[in-house]
Design a protein around this ligand. Structure first.
Ligand code: 5GP
Ligand code: MG
Length: 181
């Protein structure tokens, strides 16, 4: 697996450090809502699996987690395909503060889809948190309250992000050698 890596973009240590800071920022914002506020995190599977696991452990207060699964075309190294929701969406979000969590903001299709669906369920507030955001106009145009890292427009894997469902278990965010793709 490691032989397939071209370059490490973000080390394990930098990811951990940034998630601690994001956790502190989110905690401050949640505390401002008061102790009675009900919080629901909605991670988008499968890419945000590692991120959500590390992020929620930085939060000292009670929160709920309800996953959503979005499909993409298997094996592709672009996200040109239309995002599609698999299975059901969380219900009973009315009156709750909802934070959508995803691995990466690229074309923005996934976040736009989920944000639109969840906003119809009348949450008290609706925010988005992504680990990575590509520095491209489509991604920068999407409202996103919490961003871990802005990265160049390259295809990355690791820390939950896949190529053909592999490489999710790499602890770093990396690019792959051209011959692997
Ligand atoms: P968007 O809908 O914003 O175009 O893309 C979001 C989804 O596409 C992400 O959740 C991720 O699954 C996939 N994606 C976009 N860019 C990358 C990338 O650089 N690497 C990987 N592994 N997946 C990506
Ligand atoms: Mg993916």
């Amino acid at each position: 697996m490691r032989g397939d890596i071209e370059r490490v973009l973000i080390s394990r240590e930098r990811i951990a450090e940034r998630i601690r800071a994001l956790g502190a920022e989110i905690t401050r914002d949640l505390d401002a809502l008061g102790p009675e506020a009900e919080i629901v995190f909605v991670p988008i599977l499968t890419g945000s699996l590692l991120f959500i696991a590390d992020l929620v452990r930085e939060l000292p207060r009670k929160v709920r987690i309800t996953v959503v699964t979005v499909s993409s075309y298997p094996g592709t190294s672009t996200s040109a395909g239309q995002a599609r929701i698999i299975g059901s969406l969380p219900d009973n979000l009315a009156g709750r503060h909802v934070i959508i969590v995803d691995d990466i903001l690229d074309s923005g299709g996934t976040i736009t889809l989920i944000r639109g669906e969840l906003s119809q369920r009348r949450p008290s507030s609706l925010k988005t948190c992504v680990l990575l955001r590509k520095l491209i106009p489509s991604a920068l145009a999407i409202p996103c309250e919490y961003v871990g890292f802005d990265i160049p427009d390259e295809f990355v894997v690791g820390y939950g992000l896949d190529y053909d469902n592999y490489y999710r278990n790499l602890p770093e965010v990396c690019t792959l050698k051209r011959e692997v793709l």
